[in-house]
Design a protein around this ligand. Sequence first.
Ligand code: ADP
Ligand code: MG
Length: 450
Amino acid sequence: MKKEKLWESILAEVQLAISPTKFNTWFKNTELMEYENGKIKIAVPNAFTKEWLKNKHNETIIEAVKSVGEKVDRVDYIIEQNTRRKKKKKKEEIKKEDNEGQMEFEEFQIDKKSNLNPKYTFENFIVGPFNELSHAAAYAVAENPGKVYNPLFIYGKVGLGKTHLLQSIGNEVKKSSKKVKYIPAQKFITGVVNGIKNGQMEHFKSKYKDIDVLIIDDIQFLSGKEKTQEEFFHTFNDLYEKNKQIILSSDRPPKSIRSLTERLRSRFEGGMIADINFPDLETRLAILKTKAQEKKFNISEEVSSYIAENIQKNIRELEGALNKLVAHHKLTGKKITKKEAEKILKNILESPTKNVSSSQITKAVSKFYDISENDLKGSSRKKEIVKPRQVAMYLLREELEYSFPFIGKKMGGKDHTTVMYSYKKIKKKLDTDEDIKEEISLIKQMMLSV
Ligand code: ADP
Ligand code: MG
């Protein structure tokens, strides 16, 4: 198949799996650059898109490629400023450009059967007081799946190592002949929705029939999805009755997951629940040093203290800061001093939304929902415009603490009661609606680069 044609059919599959807004935002300006022996290179317009596709939609892409009947072992994202201009670059040039974007050239070798990423193992998982209990429970389960804690439920805030720990169990178990399957809850939901839509529920169910260890990540996304919960309840029971191991993660404990049916909640609570907390300073230093060593990067005491003192609640961010320094070092060949580090990390260490302007907010919102700024500030009552408008008002209030009348003025002369109503409406929605939560977090990221 020709590249363009192939990409078209892959995109058609992607479109089925994600919302139109997300599709427009992240996939519109992408192209298939290379496709060879299961290695795929996708051209993206900027570093930001690259990161989002890599972090949020990699799985979707892999699934889509598979569903058009092609093999895929590895996906790379290449920043290609002008994707529509069909200009072929030499491989060296592409590599260089990638480095200049200061992004890691990361490989994906996700195992197709289990969905596991081999880079997450117990060996490179650092243990400290903050995650000791979860680690011990995970390790015990990996040693004796189905026998000790069932289900194992790990919870903790974002970026604290849930996925890493869950996948470590999977990779450990996989060493024996046991069948493991890892799946993010979002994907499970998509599977159920598509299964129903296409009348292929039996096929979907059969995927979970004879596995020994089922790992479902970010189970909080099941909140409010009744049909999926019902399906999951049956899958859960089938496996549980056969003494198969079930491992779950969530950003909160079972009792705090809203609109979760009682019977699922009590199943989750029937095994072992362990949390991952924020790491203390000492552990943060240990993590930084270990990761620096892995990357063969010589980090000074002063610089690691500076990072560890400033990033306290997210290991992914800790790693991200380190990666930035490594990239800078590779580029300039210079040793990174504390002063240098302060300069390089300025943007990520300051609260990311502190310096945002009102026009960045409205730009990001209109870009995200794919509507014009005129419409956003206009008076159309169409649903697809009203919601973005309310989101914009909400963000202007939250991020910039503008008064309601001032926001009204900024938004094309709206009454302050309208602004107040919009703000409250979105705020309330955020309590229950996971989709809007994700949309707003994506918009916040986007604000920084519009
Ligand atoms: P979560 O799923 O909780 O959001 P992840 O498991 O994705 O978090 O972790 C974020 C990043 O931090 C990953 O790159 C992971 O490898 C790393 N990480 C998290 N916890 C640890 C740890 N204890 N030791 C080493 N790396 C960790
Ligand atoms: Mg995770």
